[in-house]
Design a protein around this ligand. Structure first.
Ligand SMILES: Cc1cc2nc3c(=O)[nH]c(=O)nc-3n(C[C@H](O)[C@H](O)[C@H](O)COP(=O)(O)OP(=O)(O)OC[C@H]3O[C@@H](n4cnc5c(N)ncnc54)[C@H](O)[C@@H]3O)c2cc1C
Length: 453
């Protein structure tokens, strides 16, 4: 595969991962990016949202510090300091990513990429047009927030997630529309900053895709904090007032707030990619791909959100790597295809929520025999030491073989702890493999050994 030329369009987690792996494997790689390397993940999505949530977490911790034997404090957000913090994190990550790509010999091109024919990609920029010939093309242009026709974000009072890092003033009362992962993370973020929050939930459960027990734990925490839930209501309009907004819902209710935040999903960045020039198949704008992330054209791949698979940075990164291995012919390992059903995911609320593999509710719906064991963090010495005993660990296993099929964790550090179960699920480990492992004491991970008993 000497001198294989790969052109990648889009430098988010999927594009970067593909570029670095392919370059390491000997390909000549060009990556075209309109904005900054790192992509939406670094600029708008994963990183700034988690950095703001970390600041909010520090505030909640300080408010609850009386339980740790400290004088309790009443912190407030310094918006400018927070903005500087977010900028610093982004600049550092972007610098690291650019250094890595350069050190691998990846050619980085600034511009908007589009396919003109099966083996030609053009990068348009203010300086003109550059043309690149490619043996393989990888499209990884990501997605952007969905804007409904009944709301026009103005960046002042009606916000998308991208206009919230941070808003110029911390809202006094934010109405969050959408109760999926992004919506509930923003509810948590703003409420920990001290804002009143109303959440418009189109179904009867927040996080409709999640295990009902897990969603109930989050709802209970939201209600404890005073978050108002508008359940079974779909937003149909937003009225802008001088000093706020009114969100209207299809059941005739309305929620007044200082700000409204739209968190109702995303749409793919595919319309200006020149897909029609080569007849690439799409579904709702997402590129249709096979288990190797290949489109209907054998030499054109799609990765990350654009592939319409799980919209997670971690998934895009893995897809990028698998594409590089597939193109370069080193695709013969046992883990050569991604099993999306075994991807771990987390929601960075308080308590945190994380899961992997088979969910209890899905197993019941399928009529599948499973063993479910659940242990609350209240039994853990470390949880007591942390003064935070909320949540539980739930493990789903095969009753006949003991193989770990899935699990959910609600509680502090759930997003870190789920990695143990993710390794078990992805490697076919048994519950005994967990109980026989000597974990550190006192740690929250000991609750996993108890749940595996
Ligand atoms: C608020 C929020 C929080 C999130 N938090 C998490 C999280 O905690 N963990 C997690 O795993 N996932 C998270 N996600 C999802 C994650 O951000 C996405 O799955 C991830 O960014 C997708 O990566 P990507 O490489 O496909 O695309 P992106 O990160 O969207 O990058 C695509 C890049 O392509 C560029 N581009 C677009 N069009 C062109 C073109 N024509 N030519 C050249 N370049 C182009 C863009 O400028 C961009 O840089 C979050 C999403 C949101 C909305």
């Amino acid at each position: 595969m000497k001198d294989t030329r790969i052109v990648i369009v889009g430098g988010g987690p999927a594009g970067n991962s593909c570029a670095t792996h392919a370059a390491r494997l000997g390909a000549k790689v060009t990556m075209i990016e309109t904005d900054v390397v790192g992509g939406a993940a670094h600029l708008w999505d994963c990183i700034p949202s988690k950095a703001m949530i970390a600041t909010g977490g520090a505030m909640s911790f300080l408010r609850r510090s009386a339980g740790m034997g400290l004088e309790s404090a009443d912190p407030f957000v310094d918006v400018e300091a927070l903005r500087t913090r977010l900028g610093g994190i982004e600049a550092r990550l972007q610098g690291q990513m650019s250094d890595l790509l350069l050190s691998q010999g990846v050619e980085m091109v600034s511009g908007r990429g589009r396919i003109v024919d099966a083996h030609t990609v053009v990068a348009d920029s203010a300086h003109g047009e550059r043309v690149f010939e490619a043996d393989y093309i990888v499209l990884s242009t990501g997605s952007r927030p969905r804007i409904p026709d009944w709301a026009q974000p103005d960046g002042e009072r009606i916000l998308t997630t991208r206009q919230s890092y941070p808003p110029s003033t911390i809202p006094t009362h934010v109405v969050v529309i959408g109760s999926g992962v992004t919506g509930v993370e923003f509810v948590h973020m703003f409420s920990s900053f001290g804002a009143d929050v109303t959440l418009v939930v189109s179904r009867q459960q927040v996080l409709p895709q999640k295990d009902p027990e897990v969603a109930a734990a989050l709802e209970a925490d939201f209600l404890r904090r005073g978050v108002r839930l508008f359940k079974g209501a779909r937003a149909t309009g937003i009225e802008r007032l001088d000093d706020g907004v009114i969100v209207l819902t299809d059941d005739g209710r309305s929620a007044k707030g200082s700000h409204a935040l739209l968190a109702i999903g995303s749409v793919p960045n595919s319309e200006s990619l020149g897909l029609d020039n080569v007849d690439i198949e799409t579904c709702d704008g997402y590129i249709t791909v096979d288990h190797n992330c290949r489109s209907n054209l054998a030499h054109i791949y799609a990765a990350g959100d654009l592939s319409g698979k799980l919209p997670l940075s971690s998934v895009g990164t893995m897809q990028g790597r698998k594409i590089a291995e597939h193109i370069m012919g080193v695709h013969d390992r046992p883990h050569r295809h991604i099993d999306y059903d075994k991807a771990a995911s987390a929601i960075f609320t308080e308590p945190e929520i994380a899961d992997v593999g088979l969910a209890e509710a899905d197993a019941f719906a399928e009529g599948r025999k499973i063993r479910v064991t659940k242990v609350p963090f209240s039994v853990s010495a470390k949880a007591l030491i942390n003064d935070d005993t909320r949540g539980f660990v739930k493990i789903v296993s095969d009753p006949a073989t003991g193989v770990v099929l899935g699990g959910s964790i609600v509680g502090r550090h759930a997003a870190e702890l789920i990695s143990i179960l993710a390794l078990a699920v992805n490697s076919g480990l048994h519950v005994d493999d967990i109980t026989e492992t000597l974990f550190v004491h006192p740690t929250l991970s000991e609750v996993l050994t108890e749940a595996a008993e």
